[in-house]
Design a protein around this ligand. Structure first.
Ligand code: C5P
Length: 311
């Protein structure tokens, strides 16, 4: 008898999945396949989407919460694609209702769609008692999107390739962040295209991506004031070019007392590293009052990746 058939099949499963921030995002030249080689440092933050899977007569997905109306409810939804792929590999039909409670901003540069895909993967595996091994889950995740493996993995990690090849990084203690959500989203492919346009005059050999060795050492020290000046995002000029108002947001966060601020991934969410939790609360209050963001949140990291919270 297979291991799967020995396992208990649950009635419903809820998986909690974190947002990510890129502490470092080095972007290489455009590849022939339309992607860019990356060297990135991810950190998972305590801002979570909840993905609930339950048996149903057919595959459906419903989203509530932060930006829910901007999330597709059809077969192009990444969580639905994740369930469909797990079902295909398990030789099942994907008769599952997926209910997503969103807190991670949609099109915000914090991998919210990838988080939901990772949650759906872990949820389908649990719901159907498959007990897929980590390498297989990671392989399916990478097929769904470059940031999906990190949403599974969590913590702090070095990402290479498209961002899907991960190596854990030792980060001591907790870092305290303030997140400023923008009034409108940015499309990730559009931001990469804008970066390529800004780099038009440079030849590929001029675009060198360095390993963030100093940042990795700083993370091991656990001292946010050492980490802060080493934050870097090659996509930031492209995000600022598409949403110039973000310059004011970044300035407002530093003026409010953050150690440093950068655009998260492809943006437009701006993230601010603070000295400690009390400072993060102060910075968040001041940023809220400055009217430069749609919403302001505090979060800490690193936190674990996708995990089942109820059965
Ligand atoms: O992998 P994912 O589907 O999340 O990527 C979305 C888009 O972001 C890609 O189609 C590509 O335009 C861009 N991208 C990239 N290089 C990467 C990751 C994403 O150009 N390493």
């Amino acid at each position: 008898m297979s291991r799967a058939s020995l396992s208990v099949v649950s009635d419903a499963v809820t998986v909690r999945v974190p947002a990510k921030v890129n502490l470092y995002l080095g972007v290489g030249p455009l590849r022939d396949d339309g992607y860019h080689d990356l060297v990135t440092v991810f950190q998972a933050l305590s801002l979570y989407d909840d993905v609930r899977l339950s048996p149903a007569t057919e595959l459906r997905v419903a989203t509530t919460g932060e930006g829910a109306t901007d999330v597709p409810a059809d077969g192009t939804n990444l969580a639905a694609l994740a369930v469909t792929e797990v079902a295909r590999r398990a030789g099942r039909t994907p008769k599952v209702a997926i209910d997503v409670t969103k807190r991670i901003p949609v099109a915000g540069g914090m991998a919210g769609g990838s988080a939901d895909a990772a949650g759906a993967l872990v949820g389908a595996d649990k719901l159907w008692g498959l007990e897929l091994e980590r390498p297989e889950l990671s392989e399916i995740a990478a097929g769904l999107g470059s940031d999906v493996p990190f949403a599974l993995h969590g913590g702090t990690a070095l990402g290479t390739g498209r961002g899907e090849q991960l190596m854990p990084i030792l980060a001591r203690g907790q870092f305290h962040w303030v997140l400023a959500m923008s009034k409108s989203g940015l499309s990730t492919p559009a931001v990469y295209r804008e970066l390529d346009r800004l780099r038009e005059s440079r030849s590929d050999s001029d675009i060198v991506v360095e390993r963030p060795d100093a940042l990795m050492a700083a993370l091991t020290s656990g001292d946010p004031s050492v980490v802060a000046p080493l934050l870097r995002n090659d996509l930031q000029p492209a995000a600022l070019s598409l949403q110039p108002a973000l310059r004011r947001t970044l300035r407002a966060g530093v003026d409010a007392g953050a150690l440093n601020g950068i655009v998260s991934g492809s943006g437009p969410t701006c993230v601010f590293l603070c000295a400690d939790e009390a400072s993060a609360v102060d910075v968040a209050a001041e940023l809220s009052g400055a009217g430069v963001a749609r919403a302001v949140r505090t979060a800490n990291g690193p936190v674990p990746g996708a995990r089942v919270v109820t059965e």
